[in-house]
Design a protein around this ligand. Structure first.
Ligand SMILES: [Zn+2]
Length: 172
């Protein structure tokens, strides 16, 4: 779908913004009724809060949006789609499930922390009283997402402000 490509494009620019700010490059959008009502990128280093993953930031924005627009957040989340550059981690997958977000489109797998099949299958497991399982569409521009993560881990000091991504070879 063309729309999906456009949403993913925006999620990737959020990830790029994270990379430039010295954060693990993950970006996402929560789309409801044709509009991105939640946008997030990793803010863990900036906020010194290990739970400020892109998805949690976007979820908070949607809650705020619902308050402003006097909408029922359960209704809104249950009709939203999350576009995210990397497979949601276990924490975020649990949050998405609790919020009953029905569909997640993501880029590359998250081999170390993934909650949608890579480490645990929070997205699809039969677990009582923990929201609803959700559909995952994996592998959207996975290569691009992996390249960004690699660029991040190549940086010598990820906390350095505004550090530019160095090319491996031209420093010899
Ligand atoms: Zn996460």
């Amino acid at each position: 779908m063309e729309d999906e490509a456009a949403w993913m494009e925006r999620a990737f620019s959020m990830a790029q913004e994270a990379l430039e700010a010295g954060e693990v490059p993950v970006g996402c959008l929560l789309v409801y009724d044709g509009a991105a009502i939640g946008k997030g990128r990793n803010e863990v280093n900036e906020t010194k809060n290990a739970t400020r993953h892109a998805e949690m930031v976007a979820i908070d924005q949607v809650l705020e949006w619902c308050q402003q627009h006097k909408k029922d957040h359960e209704e809104v989340f249950s009709h939203s789609v999350l576009y995210v550059t990397v497979e949601p981690c276990i924490m975020c997958a649990a949050a998405l499930r609790l919020m009953k977000i029905p569909r997640v489109v993501y880029g590359c797998r998250n081999e170390r922390f993934g909650g949608c099949g890579s480490v645990l299958s929070i997205s699809s497991d039969d677990i009582v009283d923990t929201g609803e399982p959700f559909e995952c569409i994996a592998g959207y521009r996975a290569k691009d997402a992996v390249e960004m993560l690699k660029a991040f881990y190549r940086q010598e000091n990820p906390n350095a402000p505004k550090s530019k991504v160095r090319k491996k070879d031209n420093r010899k």
